[in-house]
Ligand binder design. Structure first.
Ligand SMILES: C=CC1=C(C)c2cc3[nH]c(cc4nc(cc5[nH]c(cc1n2)c(C)c5CCC(=O)O)C(CCC(=O)O)=C4C)c(C)c3C=C
Ligand SMILES: [Fe+2]
Ligand SMILES: [Fe+2]
Length: 364
């Protein structure tokens, strides 16, 4: 890389941030992933020494094998982890959309845990001349456990740099009209194909979000409110009445109370009450992953059918829906205002390089 700042191209970068995923569906790889993830004090707020003993003595030995089996059940042939596959696809398609719009913006994906690490991605972008950096988390709803932790990691990396880029953060977009429209489009696509639920008969539409300990809400994490708002806006945009749709929280971890209502018991209750068809969607997960494909599309389906439900429809996450890629571009553009979206024209750079070379020669 050219160290002379006058000779470097000056580029704007948009980096999608996501959680990360194991490198393979094996106990060893899942253990390494869970160890890094669950050692993050933003994720588990238990005093360090006590948590170290619980994590290494109980959780990792038990959960690594069990989780690896679940990962194996959702691993995509040839493509690997769904979370990785769809997150990469989103970055690629967003980059192509910017190019089609005539912009020259660097677009990349960085994971909070595992690969591609935030450090590696930022170092590579720096080498390509990144001077302005926009962070776009693949978490529509802000939580300290996810969004803030990803930002922390970027700050940690930038904290080691002498020449830092300008930096902008997108905190959340839980109520952004383009995001809500993409969600609506995804649901309607499924309903156009499979028919709508019969709400008059008691069919229901469930929106399941990842859970959090209730304590996090009490301490001021806005995640819960943002999920409820997304749920209300999506319900309204689908023309549903209150009672026809429900917002629930999944993926409870550990013994303490999490955000309620929990997804699995709600599904069981609906089935027992005679709900025949249940459509379920996960608006908080832009990419399908273990939490949606295993817990919701497989485990929760069994619960519904076992307790008397007849027809369970899992609606896939946004993944590579073009409306979602457009929404990402819209959200990014809102925060790119005033920044150049192309590097300087090559001719200007070449001319500047030539002058610098001449100046260097004159000095030697
Ligand atoms: C204390 C534990 C956890 C908190 C808090 C938590 C918050 C949280 N997580 C997501 C999004 C995802 N989580 C995923 C997997 C996952 N989450 C936890 C635990 C907590 N999450 C675990 C242990 C796991 C691993 C799987 C398992 O063993 O059950 C994923 C999917 C990753 C993948 O590889 O597919 C996502 C995405 C959010 C949005 C959130 C808080 C708002
Ligand atoms: Fe999680
Ligand atoms: Fe889960």
């Amino acid at each position: 890389m050219n160290q002379n700042p006058h000779l470097r191209p000056s580029k704007t970068a948009v980096v999608l941030l996501n959680l990360g995923t194991p490198s393979a569906p094996t106990p060893k790889a899942v253990r390494a992933y869970l160890k890094e993830f669950l050692s993050d004090p933003r994720v588990v707020e238990i005093p360090k020494v006590i948590w170290w003993c619980i994590l290494n003595g109980i959780i990792l030995p038990i959960r690594s094998g069990a989780s690896a089996k679940k990962y194996a059940s959702i691993w995509l042939p040839k493509l690997g982890s769904p979370l990785m596959h769809y997150s990469r696809l989103q970055a690629k398609e967003l980059g192509e959309l910017f190019t089609n719009q005539g912009h020259s913006v660097l677009v990349d994906l960085a994971m909070r845990y595992g690969e591609p690490s935030t450090k590696k991605v930022l170092d590579e972008l720096k080498a390509q001349g990144m001077e302005r950096l926009l962070l776009l988390p693949l978490y529509p709803q802000y939580s300290a456990t996810t969004t803030a932790s990803s930002f922390d990691e970027v700050f940690r990396v930038l904290g080691t740099w002498r020449d830092q880029p300008e930096l902008r953060l997108i905190k959340h977009y839980h109520d952004n009209p383009a995001y809500i429209a993409a969600l609506r489009d995804q649901v309607l696509e499924a309903w156009d194909k499979d028919g709508r639920p019969d709400f008059a008969r008691g069919d229901r539409f469930v929106m399941s979000f990842h859970g959090l300990p209730k304590r996090n809400l009490m301490k001021g994490d806005p995640y819960h409110c943002e999920c409820l708002k997304t749920g209300r806006l999506l319900g309204e945009s689908l023309g549903l009445e209150r009672g026809q749709y429900l917002v629930t929280f999944q993926s409870r971890f550990g013994k303490q109370e999490w955000l309620k209502p929990y997804t699995a018991p709600t599904i069981e209750k609906l089935a027992k009450e005679g709900c025949q068809r249940l459509d379920i969607f996960c608006p908080g997960f832009p990419a399908d992953c273990i939490e949606t494909l295993e817990e919701i599309a497989m485990e929760a389906r069994e619960i519904f059918l076992e307790h008397g439900g007849k027809d369970y429809r899992y609606i896939p996450c946004l993944n590579s829906n073009p409306k979602w890629i457009e929404a990402l571009a819209n959200i990014a553009h809102d925060h790119l205002q005033g920044w150049p979206l192309s590097s300087e024209p090559e001719a200007v750079l070449n001319e500047r390089n030539e002058r610098a070379e001449l100046a260097k020669k004159a000095l030697t």
